[in-house]
Structure formats: structure tokens, C-alpha cells
Design a protein around this ligand. Sequence first.
Ligand SMILES: [Zn+2]
Length: 75
Amino acid sequence: MSQIEQLSSINGKPMVLHEGYIYTVERATTTKLIFRCKNRDCKARCHTNLSMNAFLSLPTSHCHAPQPDCVPAIK
Ligand SMILES: [Zn+2]
């Protein structure tokens, strides 16, 4: 299973990092969190459990390359 790294964002919304892609919460349900790619032009989505440590649904494909350079600035 791929590793999910949790990030804390400036505005208090949970974010996760996976394989160089950053996801922000789109929606939360009682059983899972639905994340979307930080890139607004990208349609990639993934679902995690409420602890944000396991994927319930793996990320769909991105229309762009990962941007690991952006990550240290957010941490
Ligand atoms: Zn993307």
C-alpha cells in the first residue's frame, strides 16, 4: 500500500501528500474523506478513511506531473 503523508494547511483544512501530488479535502462524509488534487485544472480524486492514513479509493489519474518542489513550502 502506498504511503499517505498528512500535511497541515494554513487555513486548517486537512491535506495529504501522495507520490508527489497534494490533495485537499473536497468533502467529508461520516465514513470517509473525499480529496481532490490541489491543481484545480486536474480531475484526480481519492478517498481516505477518517484518520487519513489509508486509501479507500486510490487516486485517479492526473493530467500533469507531480510537483514535489511545492511540498516543503507547505509543511
Ligand atoms: Zn492532479
